[in-house]
Structure formats: structure tokens, C-alpha cells
Write a protein that binds this ligand. Structure first.
Ligand code: GDP
Length: 195
């Protein structure tokens, strides 16, 4: 995808009405600090349009980035941030559920997992939940550059097992630092966006 124009078009808070977009969307989910903003910036060739968090998990919004007036990248709020109250977590869950349920233009969901860690309970819940909403998420294993090469295959396997991935699920290792995996993610996204 050649990125010509990027705008942060809509920011939805917990009580906002979701936009009724008429262009295809791809969405990104993951726990806070997993590297979601860094990935979205890398996909858009922008240094810092998506916020890179000093205080992870603070902003509970769904952000819609309009790319080339053709498609939307949808940044879902990060989960698993310890300092968020139960009430806020519940509101967060409802907001994502509403989006996954209501969007008629959502073509693919990507779930981000830090390649260094085995998936957490929250990751597994998120994966199952996305499946339950009728989407088969593609997994992006983030921060690839932080892992020794010799450990990569083992950790990818741990992610598959830990999440209980449906067989045939695509897992793409990615580094925001080296941009390894970027082209593969776009290739996959485009195959779904324009099918
Ligand atoms: P978010 O909370 O999921 O949006 O995560 P951020 O994109 O804000 O990243 C969290 C932290 O991890 C930041 O300090 C990033 O610089 C760092 N980070 C994110 N992706 C990578 C990566 O691929 N490699 C390395 N080395 N650091 C990363």
C-alpha cells in the first residue's frame, strides 16, 4: 500500500456514537504497551501520529485513521492496564463489543501479542471474544527485535498454544524498530480489504 494521505478522522469515547463509515476497515487489538501505536505508525509511515504511550492504557478511545480516503485503520483501546477501575474495564469491554458487533465495514481484526511473553489470561479472553464475534484474528507477534533469533520459533509456538489458535491461523512476527513484517501485514490486510 502506498501511503499518500493519513488523517485521524474520528476519535470515539465510551459514549460516542460510532461512525458509519463507507470504506473498509481493519482493526487492531492488544493489551496496553504491546506496541500497537508503534505498529500503526509503522504501517502508516508516520513517526508519531498514533500516540506512543508514556502512561500505557490511559486513553480509552477507538481511533479511526483514514488512509488515502480509501480505507480505515481502527485503533482499539489497549486492555489489561492494572490501574483502570473495574467500572472503566466494563465500559471498555462494552465499547469494543459494540464496535465489533456493529461495524458493517470491518474486514479483518489483528490481535497483537508481545513475542517475548506467553499470552496472558486477558490475551486469551480477547482472542476467544473476537472469535465469538465472528472474526478469525490474525496474530501479530510484536517486538521481534527484542528476542534472540534462536528463541523465535519457540515463542511463536508458545503463542499458538497459549491462545489455542484455530489451525491455519496466520501469525506474523513484527518489529517496529526494523519494520520486519510490515509488508506482510499490509499484504494480508489488502487481501482482505479489497476482496
Ligand atoms: P501501545 O501501548 O500498545 O500503543 O504500545 P506502544 O507502541 O506505545 O509501545 C510501548 C513501548 O514499547 C514503547 O516504549 C515503544 O517504543 C516500545 N516498542 C513498541 N514496539 C517495539 C518494537 O517493535 N521493538 C522495540 N524494541 N520496542 C518497541
Amino acid at each position: 500500500m502506498v501511503i499518500k494521505e493519513v488523517t485521524l478522522e474520528t476519535v470515539c469515547g465510551i459514549t460516542s456514537t460510532l461512525p458509519e463509515n463507507d470504506k473498509p476497515e481493519i482493526a487492531f487489538a492488544g493489551k496496553s504497551n504491546v506496541g500497537k501505536s508503534s505498529l500503526i505508525n509503522a504501517l502508516m509511515n508516520r513517526k508519531s501520529l498514533a500516540r506512543i504511550s508514556a502512561t500505557p492504557g490511559k486513553t480509552q478511545t477507538i481511533n479511526f485513521y483514514n488512509i488515502n480516503r480509501e480505507i480505515y485503520l481502527v485503533d482499539l483501546p489497549g486492555y489489561g492496564y492494572a490501574k483502570v477501575s473495574e467500572k472503566e474495564k466494563e465500559a471498555w469491554g462494552k465499547m469494543i463489543e459494540r464496535y465489533l458487533h456493529k461495524s458493517t465495514m470491518l474486514k479483518a481484526v489483528f490481535l497483537l501479542i508481545d513475542i517475548r511473553h506467553d499470552p496472558s489470561k486477558n490475551d486469551k479472553m480477547m482472542y476467544d471474544w473476537i472469535l465469538h464475534q465472528g472474526y478469525e484474528p490474525v496474530i501479530i507477534a510484536t517486538k521481534l527485535d527484542k528476542l534472540k533469533k534462536s528463541q523465535v520459533a519457540k515463542q511463536l509456538k508458545a503463542i499458538r498454544t497459549g491462545l489455542g489458535l484455530v489451525s491455519g491461523t496466520t501469525v506474523i512476527p513484527f518489529s517496529a524498530k526494523t519494520k520486519q513484517g510490515r509488508d506482510e501485514i499490509w499484504e494480508y490486510a489488502e487481501s482482505r480489504l479489497f476482496e
